[in-house]
Design a protein around this ligand. Structure first.
Ligand SMILES: Cc1cc2nc3c(=O)[nH]c(=O)nc-3n(C[C@H](O)[C@H](O)[C@H](O)COP(=O)(O)OP(=O)(O)OC[C@H]3O[C@@H](n4cnc5c(N)ncnc54)[C@H](O)[C@@H]3O)c2cc1C
Length: 644
């Protein structure tokens, strides 16, 4: 089951054996930790069905589809799909089949442990996707990890519980002419999924504004460094107001420690762990199939009216192909890359592009795969003055080995958290690039176009990590580091997802066109300048070694010209892992793919529900909106069934 996971752990333990002394250190505590991890790794996982013959019928000519076995088939058991599966199956009259291409995420130690998610990036549990070369980012192709497991990206993300700005959703509502999307109305779906765990150190958080009964635990159970606490004070000192809670109706601007999707056991909360509980999985009307990759949606055309009637799926490209029929709905929740991919493979998308790949056109929908948007991030690196970082996560000495083992014991044996309980994104600030208090006209005379969703919304987020890294956590520096990051919450540059072939097993082409619009780079430049100033502001200066002048770190970067910093931005810009908007909710005459009930235009009984439906990307982290959208759609679908 967790073969690769175990293999990586083994590599890690191999690394630990740097000297014979290290062997000694693998003594009682380390061994106990190792045994515990093994126990986690080999935990039996019998709740899910991996024999696909039990879920569907062999596709003709070998067999005929199972007639009307399910009411709803959900494609993709990710962040949104698990929510829908659990909520829809609350009604015993709705028979639900959830098809997930990967396996269980909660069964993977590297998913459950808050700090270890990047270890999953090179494994079979993550789609090995790379972007097209980015013309405005030095022609680099970029690694774009997308989870392939139950829980989806909520099982590999940085667990930062931030939902965007209330004005984002008001903007959606106006665009769609549908009040159900206003923050006033839609906002309740955020509190519906939340189970806020108050913390004595954060008495200013208004617990009554947070949900208390939902399945997703949020709070402050992650470990946070003193440096990230100092960052908050430094931000206040440069003029960013403190806010106790980013997810409130009054708006998200300000600086704070970020809440996380981590529970009291200091384990990740994913949509699988929260929604596919033992009780939910015991429901007779819910079937969850794993290792089941949907290859095509099946349609029926009666007198010109097209409707979705089922899904084809398989375990592998050369294995048997199965199909299952849905009496009422097919809901695609495969994420912003794979949802448009599945639609196109099924014949729904830009007609000329489908024909180019020999796919018969079921329904021409030009905007499937278009409007791809992602948050571009730039990292700044600093030397940690106190040499206290968790650089030993990649051990290079006996002392590193000792520290790593101590961290393992702290987390796995003593259950006291420690360094392994960091989610990396510890503190954050949401700001506007036109805020005169931060960017005075005298220094920043240019007026940049406003891309925010409203005057109370940000276009930049600054955040901290307790360690600097490159290549998505693969490469650490040889000295102790700390990192500051800035990303554009509302980029204007957009791109597209395209087919590479008609085979469902070929990963599609993705091109986010980072920094294509010059204003995006100009706003990031403001963010970088501000971060460099914050790095030199008390009390952060007590933690960052200002004397350290090495060129690969950023202590001297404030001396660079705008042109040099723009060059650096183009060299460093990377994905913040938030692709969205490729099956955009928009009016049909405004480049829409789905309507405000997330129904695909032109096809009955087919919906999409995940980050791909965002009309515009939210001004912040994207998982929260995915949970909330799925909560909302569950109510909408249940209501529609009752009125049938
Ligand atoms: C490394 C990383 C860090 C992030 N950090 C944060 C953060 O800190 N906070 C935050 O809010 N957001 C974060 N995000 C973003 C957030 O997690 C995603 O935007 C969100 O989870 C996407 O949810 P989704 O439902 O759209 O898709 P996903 O969660 O990606 O779900 C798609 C699911 O569909 C399955 N699937 C795909 N194709 C098929 C098929 N053909 N058949 C069957 N199943 C299929 C996949 O295996 C997957 O389970 C991060 C993302 C990543 C990758």
């Amino acid at each position: 089951m967790a073969f690769l996971d175990l293999a990586r752990l083994y590599t890690l333990l191999e690394k630990l054996k740097v000297t014979s002394r290290a062997h000694v250190l693998l003594g009682s505590g380390g061994l106990a930790a190792f045994v515990l991890v093994l126990r986690y790794l080999f935990a039996k996982d019998t709740k899910y069905i991996s024999n696909l013959a039990k879920v569907g019928r062999l596709t003709p000519p070998a067999g005929s589809p199972d007639p009307e076995k399910y009411d709803v088939i959900i494609v993709g058991g990710g962040t949104s799909g698990c929510v829908l599966a659990a909520r829809l199956s609350e009604d015993p009259n709705i028979r639900v089949l959830l098809l997930e291409a990967g396996q269980s995420g909660t069964a993977l130690t590297f998913s459950r442990t808050p700090s270890l998610f990047a270890r999953l990036f090179p494994t079979k549990h993550v789609l090995q996707l790379r972007s097209e070369p980015q013309a405005a980012a030095k022609g680099r192709t970029q690694f774009w990890p997308r989870a392939k497991m139950l829980g989806g990206c909520s099982a590999i993300n940085a667990q930062m519980a931030h939902y965007g700005s209330p004005e984002d959703f008001d903007e959606w509502a106006v665009f769609m002419g549908d009040d159900s999307w206003t923050w006033k109305n839609f906002g309740r779906y955020f509190t519906k999924f939340e189970n806020y765990q108050p913390h004595p150190d954060y008495p200013l958080v208004d617990a009554s504004a947070r949900g208390a009964d939902g399945p997703i635990k949020i709070g402050y159970f992650n470990t946070v460094t003193n440096t990230s606490k100092a960052f908050i004070k430094a931000c206040v000192n440069v003029g960013i107001p403190f806010t106790p809670d980013f997810n409130v109706s009054t708006g998200t601007l300000g600086v704070s420690r970020i809440m996380t999707y981590i529970d009291e056991k200091r384990q990740r909360v994913s949509s699988e762990s929260a929604y596919l509980t033992k009780d939910v999985l015991a429901r007779k009307n819910l079937t969850v199939a794993i290792n089941a990759q949907a290859t095509r949606v099946l349609f029926e055309d009666i007198n010109g009216e097209k409707r979705a009637v089922g899904v084809e799926f398989a375990h592998s490209s050369n294995g048997p192909q199965y199909s299952a029929l849905s009496r009422k709905e097919v809901i695609i929740c495969a994420g912003a890359v794979q949802s448009p991919h599945i639609l196109m493979l099924s014949g729904v998308g830009p007609a000329a592009h489908l024909k180019e790949h020999g796919i018969p056109v079921v329904h021409s929908l030009p905007d499937v795969g278009k409007h791809l948007v992602d948050h571009p991030v730039v990292d700044l690196y600093f030397k940690d003055k106190h040499d206290s970082s968790s650089k030993y996560f990649q051990p290079n000495s006996v002392s590193d080995v000792y520290k790593l083992l101590r961290a393992f014991v702290q987390y796995f044996v003593l259950n006291t958290g420690g360094p392994l309980a960091t989610n990396f994104g510890e503190s954050a600030a949401f700001i506007r690039s036109d805020d005169p208090a931060l960017f005075p006209k005298s220094e920043y005379p240019e007026t940049l176009p406003d891309s925010t969703s409203g005057p109370g919304s940000p276009d930049l987020e600054l955040f901290t990590t307790p360690l600097a890294y490159k290549e998505h956590g693969k490469v650490f520096f040889d000295v102790h580091t700390y990192a500051l990051h800035v990303y554009l919450t509302r980029p204007r540059s957009t791109g597209e997802v395209l087919l590479r072939s008609s085979s469902p097993w070929d990963i599609p082409s993705v091109n986010p066109n980072y920094l294509k619009e010059p204003e995006d780079a100009a706003k990031l430049l403001r963010g970088v300048r501000l971060l460099l100033k914050i790095a030199q502001t008390e009390p952060l200066t007590e933690y960052l070694d200002q004397e350290f002048k090495r060129g690969d770190l950023d202590h001297q970067s404030h001396l660079k010209s705008d042109e040099e910093l723009l060059e650096m931005i183009r060299e460093r810009v990377e994905t913040l892992y938030h692709p969205a908007s490729t099956c955009r909710m928009a009016p049909a005459d405004k480049e829409g793919v789905v309507d405000s009930q997330l129904r695909v235009y032109g096809i009955k009984n087919l919906r999409v529900c995940d980050a791909s439906i965002f009309p515009w990307i939210v001004s912040g982290h994207t998982a929260g909106a995915c949970f909330a959208i799925a909560e909302k759609l569950s109510d909408d679908v249940k209501a529609s069934f009752h009125t049938l």
